[in-house]
Every structure is written in structure tokens, then in C-alpha cells.
Design a protein around this ligand. Sequence first.
Ligand code: F6R
Length: 614
Amino acid sequence: MCGIVGYVGTNPVLDILLDGLEQLEYRGYDSSGIAVKCDEEIKVYKAVGKLKNLRDELSSHAYEISKSTMGIGHIRWATHGAPTTVNAHPHTCNCGSLVVVHNGIIENYKELKAKLEKDGCIFRSQTDTETVAHLVAQKYAQTKDLTKAVELATKEIEGAYALEIMHNDEPEKLVITKRNAPLIIGIGHDGYYAASDIPAFIKHTNKAIYLSDNQIATLTKDSVKIQDVDGNEVKPKIEQLPWEPVALSKMGYKHYMLKEIHEQPDVIRNILVGKLHTSDSPVELNEVKLTKETLKTLNRIQVIACGTSLHAAMIGKYLIEDLCGIPVDVEASSEYIYRKTVTNAHTLVIGVSQSGETADTLTAIKQSKAKGSHILIITNRPDSAMAREADSLLSVNAGIEVSVAATKSYIAQLTSFYLLALYMAEIKGSASDETIKNLKSEMLLLPQKIEQILANKDYIQTCARKYSGTRDFIYIARGVNYPTALEGALKLKEISYINATGYPAGELKHGPIAMLDETMPVLSVLMKGSVYEKLLSNSEEAKARNARMIALTNSTDKKLDDLFDYIIRVPEVDEMLSPIIAIVPLQLIAYYIAEFLGKDVDQPRNLAKSVTVE
Ligand code: F6R
């Protein structure tokens, strides 16, 4: 989704802004722009499409900007108004003295706009953001103090925002503020950075201040002052960031997605370190702050998430119900927040989010927290807004995920769910010692098994290419792998734009079977275990309708040879752990099809890495 970056210091700002925006590109966007303070005036440059277009636009102005040492930049993912140059940020007030970039949504912008128009403001764009430019400028006319103007304006603004604002009459001040959207200050030797995400400035500094909601920071080249919304000074807490600049390299892979798929064995290893030593030692999850007594008597869990994280949550339900005997409801956050949910102090609420910033999940979490539930967050971003709401925080430590399509963060979420389910089962005594021991010893072997799959990727690539001309794709599975089918289909849909759908295989005959003919590929996630034979029968039903059959299986059963046109074999694994193994070839199939079709794999159209609007 949108990304913002700002800088005030002693170094030329242009490269800092453009490099910073480039590091945020992975979030997904459709236009970009910057504003820089040049001698007597603030200059604004914008372009539609990729950052390259902005760079081209700037090439003829490079000289006049080259000395500037203060500016703000933005990449926009259109919400209000089409992706046009006029709607791109920064936005300005009537006279162009004040510029603003914004992430989030100003919910009362229509009311504000009507009032501002009455006062003579002329709106040029269709964006909600432009109201902020006019409103702050109006307050500035009254106060002649940019920080005060922002303070007064934010009292009238409703919604979510991270804002960076400059005014021509305050040539050395960058004022920033946030509510329900991330904004971080980077403290450099040469000045201050402000961005919606760490990669935008990590190359320059790893010292940072996380701004809290409703705080306003005033940055100059050699100072940072933070205040609350009533003007009271707040002492900043400086933190050391865990990120390394090298994390944002493709390391020789053609796309980040392929690199991140290959990182998965190490992601699992990293999570297991310190938590699962051997199959004989208990799972250690000190992060879970619920007492053992509470865990023993817990009688309800709700899991809320979106997209890929929702699929991890669905598998989590299966694990927790099976191993712990606790009923688990899983719900899309966007549904959860708009109904009367039965949540209370006796419910454990688990929020799952790679980014930790997804607006729907964040709102759902806040709602359940207000009802007194214990909040456990599973996220890849311990520095995120959701992490800050957590009573218990399971940080999955997958390292930054650049590809918009989630892969390694999904595997990391799954691994965390396995640990959580085993941990609770051990405390409750709800599964046999033998079951727990077997699962633990198999978990320790998962990284090697995934490495075996990755070693076989050429075969998967050949298979993928065979199906790259299809317009539709069906994935079927049963039991614990039903969410795997959903996730495989989602991956393919996201990056290749092929209409892929996942079904519980038993449902095929209740409708979807009507779609089958000799043009339709059907991929069956056929893992050995309780539903193997059932799924085999469902695959026979599809074959009988002439579908093009593919099996993803850990079975060596000879009868599969007649049934399937392609068989992708994966290593043997316990049925309960099979989703971790089965997803890897499905990620590769999606990747290779999209790559073969020449799609923008890492930044698929219309998608954003972090969905910060509801
Ligand atoms: C799919 C994908 C999205 C996200 C969803 C939730 O590849 O990445 O479906 O899973 O937008 O995002 P998080 O996990 O950040 O809450």
C-alpha cells in the first residue's frame, strides 16, 4: 500500500527520497511523487506508474534540486481517485506553500472538504489527502507555527493517517504525525529520516523512534521534538533496529519470491531454535503470557486474519482442535469487525498477520481487546501496530518479505501454530506422549524435507509450464490440507491472474464438477493419511469428466500413474504436518507459471504488501 519517506539534514535529499521509495516499492503502488525545499520555494514532482517514470520526470530538473537537503516522498496505491498525476502525492494548499504526503484514509474528508470549500479552498484532486493540505494551511494562517497547525488540524481529522508536512515559511522544519498507520523516525549522523517502513532508511541508520498514535514530531537537521496532541513534550525512546540492509537483496535469484521460497528451510530452523530442542524436551514458548492454569481451563479460541494469514489460521484451527480439544473459530477480520461477535475475557483471541499492520485485523484485535480477551499475535513484524496490542507476541522472525505474495511468512506462521498447539497440548495433557513426540521429531526434519523439494524444482517448473496457457485452475484437498488448496489457488491467482479456486474435494460434486472438461486442470493435494482414499475417489470423479489431472503427493501408490497426467512427489511426512510440505510445490507452480507468462511476480497488479485500509 502507500509508502512515505522524508528527510531533513545536511545531505542532498533527492537520492535519499528516491532510494527510500524504491525500498518501499514492494508494498505495491501505482503513482509516486516528491516535494523538495529548493532555495525560495517548495517544488513538487509527480508521475503515474513505476518510480522509473518519476526518475525520468526528474532528470530534467536534477540541477535545481541537487542542493536541496529537505523533502518528502510518496508512493500511492489508489483508494480515493484514479491513479493520475493530479491524485498522486504530495498535495498542496491553494498557494503551494504547504505540502503533505499521507498514508491511510481520512474518513471525514467529505465534511472537511465541504467546509474548506466554503472558506475558499480550491480542490484539484479527488483524494481525501488534499483536505489535510488545506486544513493545515488554514490553521497555519492562524498560528504561524507548523507544529501547532498540525496539532489543531489533527483534532478535526477522523480516520487513519501517517502524515509528513512541510511549509515554505518554515524552511527547516518537517512535521510528522500518525494515527493507526505506521511512522518511524530514523536518527542519522547527518539528519533525520521519517518513513512508513524501516527499509526506506535502514541503509542510513539503524537507530529509530517509533512514533505512537497522536504524537507529533518536529524534525530539523539537528533536532527532534515530540509532543502529544495537547502539546505536552514526550521523551523519545530510541530503539536499535534488528534489520540489516543486506536483507533487501535478491541474492542472485530472478525474483524476491523465488528467493523467499528458498529461504523457507532456514526460516523453520530459526523458529525452532530455543523453542524445540529435541523430540523429548517440552516446547518452550515463553512468549505465551497466559498462565498454565488459564491454558488448562481455556474453552474457546478465536483466530482472526486475512488472505494468506487466514489460511494459516485455518490450519491452526485444525491443529489446536486435534491436539488440544479446544474449539477454535476462524474468521476473516473484515467480517469479524462488522458483526456482534461473542468474545469476552474467557476467549483467547489470536491475530495472525505477516505485516502486523493490516487495518481489518488491527481493528478486530482492538475490538476484542476492549472486550477483555487475551490477545496473542503471530506476526513477522515485532515492531508493528498489532504487536503493540499483543498480550502475548509470537514473532515469527522470517526476515523481511519483499515479494507481495506471501511465502516464507506463511510457512513461519504455520510453524508457530504447530509450536503453539504442541505447547498447549503438553500443558493440558490433551494428546498422547507418543503423538507429541512423533510430531516433534518430524518437525525437526521439515527443513531437510523442504530442501529435497527445492532440489526437484526443475520438474515442478516443467509441469507448471505445461499448464501456463490455462484460464482456470482448480485445487482440491481434504482435511488439514483444504487450506493448502486455498493457499495454492490464491498464490496462482495473485501473481499469474489465472482464475484459480480451491475446494474441499468432497464439495466438488455439489456444484463445481459442472466446470470440469478436458480444458480444466485439477490439482489434487493427495497426502497420505485419514482422507487419502476419499480424495482419491474425488480425483477419480474429476478424471471421469476428462479434467487434466495433477497430483501433489507423498504416496508411491502405482495406481496414481493411470489417474494423473503429472505427479509431483514430496517426501513422506505425518499427515498433520503435511501442509508445510505441500505448500512449497504449490508456491513454485504459481511462481513458474507467472514467470513464464512474464508477469510482474514481485509486485502483482492491484495488490499491496501491507493493506492499511479497511
Ligand atoms: C497473499 C497475501 C495477502 C495477505 C493479506 C493479509 O500472498 O500476502 O493475502 O496475506 O493481505 O496480510 P497480513 O498477513 O500482513 O495481515
